[in-house]
Design a protein around this ligand. Structure first.
Ligand code: SF4
Length: 430
């Protein structure tokens, strides 16, 4: 199994060492973001990626890692003391938790409790660093639609607010009180360790390959005091609609502004400027969203125009309808040894071409350029998947995940890199 990078243990990539900085719940301060930007400039190649699970990756580091790099992150609270535990903090949550007037519950306390448990429970030492948790509080930006091992989806029921348990991306009938979520998440993680016989490669499929009753039965043996009721799964699937632009906070007082990051990649200078925007105009906080976006929060209404204009000048996406937010690409040949496709450059050509047509008025579509079937940058389904070929070109699939491409036929193949933008335009034009 490929190693999952962290901060203490880097991945070796084509452009050097890659460190993944886990940001549970996507909650950052501007000072933390500035520290990451400074480290990217001083120790890396100045590139910072925002991942599909709302974490940050610093690229181009020495592959050995560096105690000073770790110390700097620990100093600002971006790294757990225990290197094993840090790689387990894969907690994605609704990015506007506590600010969204449409949310059912603010899931930040659940995130904090689970983060604490993941760092302190010695029984989780065998958990795969790929094992992931999701807390979806309802409202806008439904992160429960994204792939996960253990998810909690807020619902309003006759008994009050409950969290519906989702296992391996599939909602179950099990409902719990929000206060029990952290304990159940830990019990389910231990269940996955047990059911996969400590084989990290099988851990993510362990929960999917057993019945819900069997999984819950085992989890209850770990944690007996959780009250689980049952209610049939909601028939309507959750859909994630990316949110950009100004959003009123729940008190209708301040604004959170969602800014898109083209192809999920920032330079250190842009990251520093983003932190300065949050500091100068807002409450100094930055929230990472899994749709290649960040929110700066606590903006007074009169600051919105200045933020929009400064962010636009930085090359960030400021308008809700900007189609660029729906185009993603993995790191490709400049950063990964597994492909000959320069997915970032080809993705930039696609973005430029889409902006030349009136793409905003077309049916929403997501486009992902993946150098190979691993799909690290976007494992979920895209309306149009362009999957890299060994010759540097692409095969095209509709409504497909990278991992499922091996079992289906492309509807178009052998698309040359210099033709890929035209191909996408033809696809967008139907
Ligand atoms: S999807 Fe494949 S080519 Fe792209 S970054 Fe991941 S491993 Fe590399």
């Amino acid at each position: 199994m490929a190693e999952c990078p962290g901060v203490f243990k880097l991945s070796e990539t084509r452009d050097g060492g890659l460190a993944r900085i886990r940001v549970p719940g996507g909650l950052l301060t501007s000072a933390q973001l500035t520290t990451v930007a400074d480290l990217a400039r001083d120790r890396g190649n100045g590139l910072i990626d925002l991942t599909h699970r709302a974490n940050l990756q610093v690229r181009g580091l020495g592959t050995e890692g560096s105690p000073k790099f770790c110390d700097a992150l620990q100093h600002v609270g971006l790294l757990a003391a225990d290197p094993v535990a840090d790689r387990l903090r894969n907690i994605l949550a609704s990015p506007l938790a506590g600010l969204d007037s449409d949310e059912i519950i603010d899931v930040r306390p659940c995130v904090a409790a689970l983060d604490q448990a993941l760092q302190s429970d010695p029984g989780l030492g065998g958990l795969s660093p790929k094992f992931s948790f999701v807390f979806d509080g309802g409202g806008v930006g439904r992160v429960g639609a994204l792939s996960h091992d253990v998810g909690f989806l807020a619902e309003t029921t006759s008994e009050g607010v409950r969290l519906r348990l989702s296992l391996a991306g599939r909602p179950t009938a099990a409902m719990i009180a929000p206060a029990d979520a952290s304990a159940l998440a830990v019990a389910l993680a231990k269940t996955a360790i047990h059911l996969s016989s400590d084989d990290a490669a099988r851990m993510s499929t362990a929960l999917a390959n057993h019945s819900v009753a069997e999984v819950l039965d085992h989890a209850r043996r770990q944690q007996t005091d959780i009250d689980i009721s049952h209610q049939d799964p909601t028939p309507r699937p959750i859909v994630l609609e990316p949110v950009l632009g100004p959003v009123c906070d729940a008190r209708n007082v301040d604004i959170a502004y969602g800014l898109g990051i083209p192809l999920g990649r920032l330079t250190d200078a842009t990251a520093r400027a983003l932190a300065a925007l949050a500091e100068n105009f807002g409450d100094g906080l930055v929230r990472l969203a899994p749709w290649q976006a960040v929110f700066i929060t606590g903006l007074p209404t009169q600051a919105v125009d200045a933020v929009r204009s400064e962010a636009h000048a930085l090359g960030l996406l400021t308008e809700p309808e900007d189609i660029a937010i729906r185009v993603s690409a993995c790191s490709g040949s400049t950063g990964c040894m597994r492909t000959e496709c320069d997915t970032k450059a080809d993705g930039s050509a696609v973005l430029a071409a889409l902006r030349r047509i009136d793409a905003a008025n077309r049916a929403p579509m997501t486009i992902h350029l993946s150098g190979c079937a691993r799909g690290c940058a976007h494992p979920d389904a895209s309306r149009l998947l362009l999957l890299g070929r060994p010759d540097g070109g692409y095969d095209a699939f509709r409504d497909a995940r990278p991992s499922s491409s091996a079992t289906s036929d492309p509807f178009a193949d052998r698309i040359r890199p210099d033709r890929v933008a035209d191909f996408v335009i033809e696809f967008a034009n139907g």
